[in-house]
Design a protein around this ligand. Structure first.
Ligand SMILES: [Zn+2]
Length: 192
């Protein structure tokens, strides 16, 4: 009886989890905006890998205000460049993947109104980035190396939600453990 009840809870958890991952909503299941931490989703579908990252700007820029000084603007340009280099950020073990698109948004919006900008000054700032890759023999994908910790030392923890090959799981990456491993662990669930 106890076991039955537990599996019901696990199933309920995963259905909600899947919906959120598909919707690309990272904040539902992770703590939103904790300096030193960032969130990532990785989803494989067909021969494609889609990755999304959401991080406090502090982890990458070292500040969260609008970039006004030349120094700030240089930092934004540098971080944009680093984050746009998909192939340097992610390494796919034993599978050949080609970077297709990357999209980096460093918390500013050209169409932002004055009121929104004023409000933002009292808030934190996030960086959003998304990537897509096309891979050969994607079914053999077992490990993805994430280079964010080498590039951004202020980042200490990356919460990863992944969906791959009919399975999904949660991983917490650190500088000492920067690889996503698609293996069955206690936090891995079968989708089918
Ligand atoms: Zn912040």
């Amino acid at each position: 009886m106890k076991v039955k009840k537990l599996s019901g809870v696990v199933l309920g958890c995963c259905l909600i989890f899947t919906t959120a991952v598909m919707a690309g909503d990272l904040t539902e299941h992770h703590e939103a905006h904790v300096h030193g931490q960032a969130n990532m989703t990785l989803i494989t579908e067909g021969n494609k890998v889609d990755i999304a990252i959401e991080s406090p700007a502090m982890n990458m820029l070292g500040f969260e205000h609008e970039a006004h000084s030349d120094q700030d603007k240089k930092t934004v340009t540098k971080v944009e460049k680093i984050l746009s280099d998909s192939s340097a950020l992610f390494t796919f073990d034993s599978v050949n993947c080609h970077a297709e698109t990357s999209n980096v948004d460093i918390g500013h919006d050209e169409h932002e109104t004055m009121a929104e900008e004023t409000e933002r000054k009292h808030q934190h700032m996030d960086i959003d980035a998304s990537y897509s890759f096309t891979c050969e023999h994607i079914e053999q994908l077992q490990l993805v190396h994430v280079a964010l910790f080498e590039l951004f030392p202020a980042l200490s923890k990356l919460n990863v939600e992944w969906v791959n090959n009919g399975k999904q799981g949660l991983d917490v990456l650190t500088a000492d453990s920067p690889n996503i491993r698609f293996v069955t662990t206690s936090s891995t669930f079968n989708l089918f």
